[in-house]
Design a protein around this ligand. Structure first.
Ligand code: AMP
Length: 259
């Protein structure tokens, strides 16, 4: 796609409805790569039948302004039919990591993510791609795909960008009413409380999980996991607290990396 572009070519894949979390990925990419490519594609393969594909927020004009502001060189914004023409049937399965936690709640989600990211890597041919720590399991899944399939792409993780009140920025926050947003704050509040406890020396995964739990929230899951495998955390190794809560009809993802 970009023969002759100055290397390294950095790539930031997104689903649009861009916010400052995406901007942070672009800034990292801009600082490290002479060529910055972004994609916007609301990937139907990663949405389940009863999910929010049709109402997912879309505003290409506004997104283009943000991309320009952040010095993006190339925007790739294909239509579904460009990536998945009639008869398309491939799917990338990276194994058990794709079927726990987020993968258990959303069967097929990570196969959809891997399939589109692999296609985008083949089209854009980046040297480095940037992913947010916000979607921690997605990051682990992509790293596993790159390793298992010998892809020649570096994967860089960017820390979670939060609003002043602590809520992790997400395109889906647009679904929240003001009351729901207040309720949603419990998610990050709990996780940040657990982080404070970790910083005081607490190392028990169970106690950290309990510290993170907000009574009023309906969690899909709240757990301490190994950040690469999403299995049980090894003693003394970095530990990831992952949480998904349902507020109104919206699923909100958040996590903190400890150690
Ligand atoms: P999305 O458009 O939601 O698919 O996200 C595109 C990329 O931006 C993914 O790598 C996300 O992890 C990342 N991202 C989304 N929100 C944030 C955030 N608040 N902080 C850091 N990265 C984010």
């Amino acid at each position: 796609m970009l023969a002759g572009a100055p290397r390294p070519v950095g790539f930031v894949p997104t689903m649009g409805a861009l916010h400052d979390g995406h901007a942070e990925l672009l800034r990292r990419c801009r600082a490290e790569c002479p060529t910055v490519v972004a994609s916007i594609f609301v990937n139907p393969l990663q949405f389940g039948a009863n999910e929010d594909l049709s109402r997912y927020p879309r505003d290409l004009r506004k997104d283009q302004r943000l991309l320009e502001r952040e010095g993006t060189d190339v925007l790739f914004a294909p239509e579904a039919g460009d990536l998945y023409p009639e008869g398309f049937s491939a799917s990338v399965d990276i194994g058990p990591l794709a079927s726990v936690y987020e993968g258990a709640v959303r069967p097929g989600h990570f196969a959809g993510v891997c399939t589109v990211v692999l296609k985008l890597f083949h089209i854009v041919r980046p040297d480095v791609a940037y992913f947010g720590q916000k979607d921690a399991q997605q990051l682990a899944v992509i790293r596993k795909m790159v390793r298992d399939l010998d892809l020649d792409v570096g994967i860089e993780a960017v820390p979670i960008v939060r609003a002043k009140d602590g809520l992790a920025l997400s395109s889906r926050n647009a679904y929240l009413s003001p009351e729901e947003r207040g309720e949603a704050l419990g998610l990050s509040r709990g996780l940040l409380r657990a982080r404070a406890l970790f910083e005081k020396g607490e190392r028990s995964p169970d106690r950290l999980v309990e510290a993170a739990r907000e009574k009023a929230l309906a969690y899909d899951y709240l757990a301490a996991v190994d950040p690469a495998t999403f299995g049980a955390p090894a003693p003394g190794a970095p530990l990831l607290l992952v949480a998904v809560a349902r507020v109104g009809g919206t699923r909100l993802l958040d996590n903190v990396l400890l150690g």
